[in-house]
Write a protein that binds this ligand. Sequence first.
Ligand SMILES: *Cc1c(COP(=O)(O)O)cnc(C)c1O
Length: 451
Amino acid sequence: MADRARLAALPKVDEVLRRPELEASALPRWALADATRAAIDERRRAILDGREGGVEVASEDVLARARALLRPSLRPVINATGVVLHTNLGRAPLAGPALARLVEVARGYSNLEYVVDEKARGSRHDHLQELLVRLCGAEAAAVVNNNAAAVMLALAALASGREVIVSRGELIEIGGSFRVPDVMRQSGAVLVEVGTTNKTHRRDYAAAIGPATGLLMKVHRSNFAVVGFTAEVSTEELAELGRERGLPVMVDLGSGALIDPGGFGLPPEPTVSSHVAAGAQLVTFSGDKLLGGPQAGVLVGSAAVIERVKKHPLMRALRPDKLTLAALEATLELYRDGRAMGEVPALRMLAARPEELRARAEALVAAAGAGEVVEVASAVGGGALPTAAPASFAVALARPRRGADDLERALREGDPPVIARIAGDRLLVDVRTVADSELPALARAIAAAMA
Ligand SMILES: *Cc1c(COP(=O)(O)O)cnc(C)c1O
């Protein structure tokens, strides 16, 4: 057939939509129509480009396209990277009780800004106060949208138009373009760098203090390590200097461990409460890093400093929503009740014993009927514990004559997508970050990709 005749023979959209198998599919009309148009368009382009192929549009093709259009944009994936706090994959999975609370609070109305006992208007900031005070040993607490917001708000409230002294070795960049000097500029505070990349002493801070100084700040190096000839000033020393000179001290902790990961085989990390005890007037940290809760920024510190932070006009723009507060409260309750190590998924994954991981990898190989169990090293991720590489186990997959890229794509394009990493000519499925409930779906995905 000549191109002209073939173009004229392409089916009409309405004809395709009237096919019984499409009508029986119960898929929304708009999706079927868009999918049909796309399928016909593809045939038309093939003809115009002089490619092979008929003029038929298969119903199966239309239905597959329509289903793809209907798939939510934000959806679950299986994290087989072994990176526990993977920022691109949503950081921390929530604990069961946090999910339950979130659903309970979101389903109907809540006392978000209402004091039931007093029949009076309340503040959303009061709900987590007691828990955070108890867990961090601080006088007061506030919660905002994320830790970047906490830092920005704290600097604006405590040091706008004033100088903030920071060690040059702590002017960090966190993934997703959080740069301490940029955040500082946006907050209206003036950065004063002291010391050198590898060494900063107490005398460096002391010499930089002047009439315009408003704050002494420490930033935790959460995503890199400095080794060798190094010196930094501890929170304790800085707090002492602050007391002598009448200046508040703030620590941006980032990862914000409530339990020292050194206790379960990872590099030790000072807890939030240890920085509070060391005398910092303000400590900020993330809700979804080592804490293992929802995305949030937590500020704990002295009553006076937290009051200033809460009263700042930016607070209204950065305030947390009820879903965050619900999930964070339930997560913090697990810490209060001594249940966090057993029930917070991020902590469980980070603390998983090698024997447990090997058994999970073996179960996966048996269920998938493919792969080989190998020992690997996982990462913590999320800008936390950068030097940690806990021993883990993975299922290594390889197919004769097909590259690891091919396998990687097959798993990633499946439903649910499986995200794994390539090492040489093999694909590694690290089981540290795979929940037991995900094993059947993962086994099916592997079996399909290997077929
Ligand atoms: C992660 C991190 C931040 C940013 O926290 P988000 O919760 O991702 O906004 C800020 N400071 C430090 C030191 C961090 O590690």
